[in-house]
Design a protein around this ligand. Sequence first.
Ligand SMILES: O=C(O)CCC(=O)C(=O)O
Ligand SMILES: [Fe+2]
Length: 198
Amino acid sequence: MILENAPLSALIDALAGEGWAEARGFLSPGEVARLAGISQARRQDFHRASIGRAAGQNVRDDIRRDAVLWIDNQDPELGFVMQRFADYQQQLNRELYLGLNELELHFAAYPAGGFYQRHLDQHRQQDTRVVTVVLYLNPPDWQSDDGGQLRLYLDDGSHHDVQPAGGTLVTFLSNRFEHEVIPARRERLSLTGWYRRR
Ligand SMILES: O=C(O)CCC(=O)C(=O)O
Ligand SMILES: [Fe+2]
């Protein structure tokens, strides 16, 4: 379901219904610019994203081509956005009894040519990821021609493409929807996270 400047309660309803939501205007343009600035200032610390966990981790250029920086949830510069995610977690628990008690977050940067092949956000052994959130930090002039859409594969065999415009938040049930990032033609920035249940 596509939402515009919606309250958190509308996201919760969409998640309980279809299992996913595209919430445009989740952050204001000013907040997006601030977060994008923080991400850019830390670019030297990003590292090439890998797949799998622990010993099974490796960088696979053929599967995903992005760089990430994991975030400390106590990071003082990020308090304004962490608060939004904490509110969302609290409402998810209150309304849907999901029992979420952890959020892991990373900045991601896809260079021109970057993509992420179709996948599910759960590691085979360890399926504690319950709800995915992706918040886009791109400039407002992102065009369809710039690529980088998030393609969500829906239950009925169709798909929904999300334009990674700054301020849009996508959220979905991590174990239900396969998805992929279509190759981007310009740098594509985001903040991606997973609520978990330990
Ligand atoms: O950036 C996106 O739109 C999705 C990224 C993704 O699927 C992931 O990091 O698991
Ligand atoms: Fe994913």
